[in-house]
Design a protein around this ligand. Structure first.
Ligand SMILES: Cc1cc2nc3c(=O)[nH]c(=O)nc-3n(C[C@H](O)[C@H](O)[C@H](O)COP(=O)(O)O)c2cc1C
Length: 252
């Protein structure tokens, strides 16, 4: 064997071993595990998010931003957004990292931020990070992120290694949030079950799904963040439905 081939094999072996012994790779949850294990967590330990995780999240964020013309950003080691006594006392502890959900003002901005924010939040969970979506109780630290002219910040998602217990809350029954018939396909039923595992503002779960002529129709009642909730549950529904290509009543 010539020396350059031996070198190549040796380097491949080192790379392989570094991958299989690296917790970053082998501990990653499947997307279904991420859905099932996620709960809102409001208290965090001080550990920094490791660089491979940061790189992974930033790469997904870049994809989401470019496909949906959004301006989602990951802010690291910034304690002031959740440091104000007025905004957060007693609710959030130790938040130093968060996603800023921003984009150009439009009638469907909340819906799209919900859908793409859910993707990043679940990817973070796959990589071991806890989270809590936050609509109101945070402070906008404007020098921590960059807005383009016309961009609006609609929410943030706290991220980090959780130190708190999830709060158990009421989950609506599938038949309260969707119409079922004897011939309703399994992928639709599974989609609804997964949608019920998604976070919604004040746990309102005001969304509704219906299947008509092979198209999934989403609707919602009135209230704060109901459109963002609708985007979030759409992404969870898609995971539950598996590889089924879905026709939706609205575009992203
Ligand atoms: C759009 C949105 C806004 C939210 N805003 C807040 C908030 O301001 N403060 C908070 O503590 N939790 C907030 N939450 C988290 C919800 O309270 C939480 O998702 C819900 O109670 C369900 O709990 P779970 O996420 O553990 O399943 C928000 C969630 C969503 C989706």
């Amino acid at each position: 064997m010539n020396s350059s081939l031996a070198d190549t094999i040796f380097q491949a072996k080192v790379r392989y071993e570094s991958i299989i012994t690296n917790p970053y790779y082998y501990k990653m949850l499947t997307i279904e595990e991420a859905v099932n294990q996620r709960h809102s967590i409001r208290s965090y330990i001080a550990d920094a998010i490791p660089q491979p995780t940061v790189d992974d999240l930033r790469s997904l964020i870049a994809q989401c931003n470019s496909s949906a013309n959004l301006n989602i950003q990951l802010v690291l080691d910034e304690p002031k957004a959740f440091g104000s006594f007025l905004f957060t006392y007693g609710m959030f502890k130790g938040v130093r990292n968060y996603l800023v959900l921003a984009g150009p003002q439009s009638s469907d901005l909340d819906y799209r931020l919900g859908y793409y924010g859910a993707q990043v939040m679940l990817r973070a969970k796959q990589l071991g990070l806890d989270s809590c979506w936050v609509g109101a109780t945070y402070h906008k630290v404007t020098n921590a992120f960059t807005l383009r002219p016309g961009d609006k910040v609609r929410s943030v998602i706290a991220l980090g290694y959780g130190n708190g217990k999830p709060v158990n809350h009421r989950v609506r029954k599938p038949e309260e949030v969707a119409d079922f018939h004897p011939d309703t396909p399994q992928w639709f039923r599974q989609g609804v079950l997964y949608a019920l595992k998604a976070p919604t503002a004040i746990n309102q779960q005001k969304f509704h799904f219906e299947l008509r002529d092979n198209r999934v129709y989403q609707s919602t009642g009135w209230g704060s963040y109901t459109q963002m909730d609708l985007g979030i549950v759409r992404y969870f529904f898609e995971i539950g439905a598996g590889n089924k290509p879905i026709l939706w009543n609205r575009s992203l």
